[in-house]
Design a binder for this molecule. Structure first.
Ligand SMILES: *Cc1c(COP(=O)(O)O)cnc(C)c1O
Length: 460
């Protein structure tokens, strides 16, 4: 087999942050103190942190320069106009409303537009999107194609909406029951898998025919556009910017967490065409986030987002970005480690139940694997399985486990090198060779909601 090629970094390093390895003994003690929950470990004690790709990007020299030139005027700051122009250039909608992060955009949109009892379909809603719909007493519906839940299905666009299901869903209801349809690109909660332009066009046509607004959860629009360029024949000669522009041309608006594909550490926005809705959103924004030309952000943040939106569409950047994810995936697949495939845009997902077949679901193989990984190599991953997503059975109170028991390795943008990724893969290989030794965990403390953040465990 030919050696797996390391994607070359299309940047050189101008400023560094030291990371320090810890000893095996130190890590054992840290895990004990953290109740075997990686969320409880101080970041300083983590050697390579793959907890999330959200807000963890490295900014460029030009973004840092933007921080100094940011205009901090309360109203009508120069940085706002630069931000507005950068967003408009890609998304093309009439109104651009800054917010402090993605879920603030969601809250403002849904608290303005949703009524109790209404339903919002998506391919798969991200958890904050779902939560912001549910707090309104409305329902978040996932209509992704079934293959999204099959880790072995080989398809180029496993994030696609099931158009048949969408049509059937809409036909069965009054238009008033469905205030909007969303599409998440890439599909974060479904392996970071992309959605094809053909699928976006079809979903949009179904919504337009029914007179229902179509919105895009655009957090990873650039990664999705790059996959379209690579995998969808008709788009191989287009630029990523042209592809992104075409994606949004089929929509009525978008919500965005700038902590992803705007390459910054904080920020977000809503952008849309509807004048009267935009006015209501701005009124809501003024009460809860800030004046419409800053929306809870500093002028310098807007400056960094504008620059980041420019850089994220550079193809050398995107080739490295999705290349890093594919590289880590290939290193691990070559070692026989069971993975969700194909590699998505921002993370590698390990099938923890197949990796640790001796552990039943109630000993949380995903959580157990994150503990073993940290103990072995100081790498922090996150469980996406029974701890995070189990539902309580209404009668017995027992856990009903989600279909997939995953551990996610999310790759921060422009932060780690090929050598770091090799270290991660080596850690997994070592554990895989002695996998029968990995102990399960049981929960000794849990909060009533979102228990994964604060739960404490014991080894079994
Ligand atoms: C991160 C994310 C959000 C929420 O954004 P925050 O900036 O974390 O509030 C919404 N949707 C998707 C798909 C995301 O990945």
């Amino acid at each position: 087999m030919s050696p797996i090629k390391i994607p070359i970094e299309p940047f050189k390093i101008k400023s560094i942050e030291t990371i320090r390895p810890t000893s095996r003994e130190e890590r054992a003690k840290i895990l004990e103190e953290a109740g075997f929950n990686l969320f409880n470990i101080p970041a300083e004690k983590v050697f390579i942190d793959l907890l999330t790709d959200s807000g963890t990007s490295a900014m460029s020299d030009r973004q840092w320069a933007g921080l100094l030139s940011g205009d901090e005027s309360y109203a009508g700051a120069r940085s706002y106009f630069r931000f507005d122009k950068a967003v408009r250039n890609i998304f093309g909608f009439k109104h651009v409303i800054p917010t402090h992060q993605g879920r603030a955009a969601e809250r403002i949109l849904f608290s303005t537009k949703l009524e109790p009892g209404q339903q919002v379909p998506s391919n798969i809603h991200f958890d904050t999107t779902r939560a912001n719909i549910e707090v309104r007493g409305a329902e978040a519906i996932d209509l992704v194609q079934d293959q999204a839940y099959d880790p072995d299905a080989k398809a180029p666009f496993k994030g696609n909406m099931d158009i048949g299901k969408l049509k059937a869903f809409i036909q069965k209801r009054d238009k008033e029951e469905i205030p909007l349809v969303m599409m998440t690109i890439t599909n974060n909660s479904g392996g970071g898998q992309p959605v094809s332009l053909a699928n976006i066009r079809e979903a949009s046509a179904v919504c337009r025919e029914a007179g229902i607004p179509f919105f895009i959860d655009a957090c990873r629009f650039a990664e999705n556009a790059f996959f379209i360029k690579q995998r969808e024949e008709a788009y191989s000669q287009k630029t990523v910017l042209e592809i992104a522009q075409e994606i949004f041309s089929y929509a009525d608006g978008a919500t965005m967490s700038a902590k992803k594909d705007a390459l910054v550490n904080i920020g977000g926005f809503i952008t849309l065409n509807d004048d009267s809705l935009a006015e209501k959103l701005r009124n809501n924004l003024i009460v809860t986030e800030g004046f419409p030309t800053y929306g809870g952000l500093a002028g310098r943040d807007l400056e960094a987002i504008a620059q980041g939106l420019d850089e994220v569409l550079e193809e050398s950047y995107l080739e490295h970005r999705v290349g890093q994810v594919a590289y880590l995936w290939e290193l691990m697949a070559e070692a026989g480690i069971p993975l969700y495939g194909p590699p998505g845009g921002h993370a590698v997902y390990i099938l923890a139940d197949r990796f640790l077949p001796h552990l039943p679901r109630d000993l949380f193989p995903g959580q157990a694997l994150t503990v073993a990984l940290y103990a072995e190599s100081g790498v922090r991953a996150v469980e996406i399985g029974g701890v995070m997503f189990a539902q309580k059975d209404k009668e017995t109170g027992e856990d009903i486990y989600p279909k997939l028991e995953l551990v996610r390795l999310a790759i921060p943008r422009r932060v780690y090198t090929g050598a770091h990724l090799q270290h991660v893969a080596e850690g997994f290989k070592t554990i895989y060779q002695k996998k029968e030794m990995v102990q399960g965990v049981k929960i000794v403390y849990q909060a009533p909601q979102l228990r994964h953040f604060t739960a404490r465990f014991e080894l079994v």
